[in-house]
Design a protein around this ligand. Structure first.
Ligand SMILES: N[C@@H](CCC(=O)N[C@@H](CS)C(=O)NCC(=O)O)C(=O)O
Length: 206
């Protein structure tokens, strides 16, 4: 029995698409981050970090996107998401780890500036600097595209490009990345996850 704790539009979209693409049987469990449901005692018992995603497998929690992707890939090996060759596999995991550690955490600064600075002026500076850094990371992500080719990468790329819209970053400025993501959005697994989370690439308001 598999359950995925997710929140609409959050990074949990990555394993969400992965599970759908693997045609896995799983129970989606909605966590309302804006209501602080990730900080309840019950949830912290699953993930002491107070974050989504959590994959619960036969009652046992697994956290961290990269580890969850590795698990999904091995558990549903027939889907062939990640390369079998050790070097190519490590390279694919390296790209996911970079997305998780670098652009992702940069947007965490933009979403939660109060965790990084006390005054309103300093918080605005944190957000401005985060948005500036994030643009550079989207450039680098775009350059990685020729080496992509698995649903985890595509779902993370979608998530990051969508988050950029909140920070005033127009996805049209990353035409190749946008086209790649929009192609991925046409896949059945993507469509199912997008519909369940009720999200689209529509966060940029110009
Ligand atoms: N490194 C973690 C990052 C998880 C993460 O940043 N989750 C965010 C959503 S994208 C979250 O749950 N934030 C809630 C909070 O910080 O209160 C992972 O790979 O799972």
């Amino acid at each position: 029995m598999i359950q995925l704790y997710f929140s609409p539009g959050a990074c949990s979209f990555v394993p969400h698409v992965g599970l759908e693409a693997a045609k896995a049987e799983f129970e989606p469990k909605l966590v309302k981050l804006h209501r602080g449901e990730q900080r309840t005692a019950e949830y912290l018992a699953l993930n002491p970090n107070g974050q989504v995603p959590v994959l619960v497998v036969d009652g046992k929690p697994l956290t961290q996107i990269v580890a969850i992707c590795d698990f999904i890939d091995r558990r549903y090996a027939q889907a062939g998401f990640l390369p079998e060759d050790p070097w190519q596999r490590a390279q694919a995991l390296s790209r996911l780890a970079w997305m998780n550690s670098t652009p992702h955490t940069t947007m965490t600064r933009w979403f939660f500036p109060e965790r990084y600075a006390a005054s309103e002026a300093a918080r605005q500076e944190v957000k401005q600097r985060a948005a500036q850094d994030f643009r550079g990371y989207l450039e680098r992500l775009q350059q990685m595209l020729p080496a992509s080719g698995n649903p985890f990468f595509d779902a993370y790329a979608f998530t990051l490009l969508r988050w950029g819209g909140f920070a005033g970053i127009d996805p049209h400025g990353f035409a190749v990345l946008k086209a790649h993501v929009e192609r991925a959005m046409q896949g059945e697994a993507f469509k199912t996850a997008l519909a369940r989370e009720r999200i689209a690439l529509d966060t940029y308001k110009g």
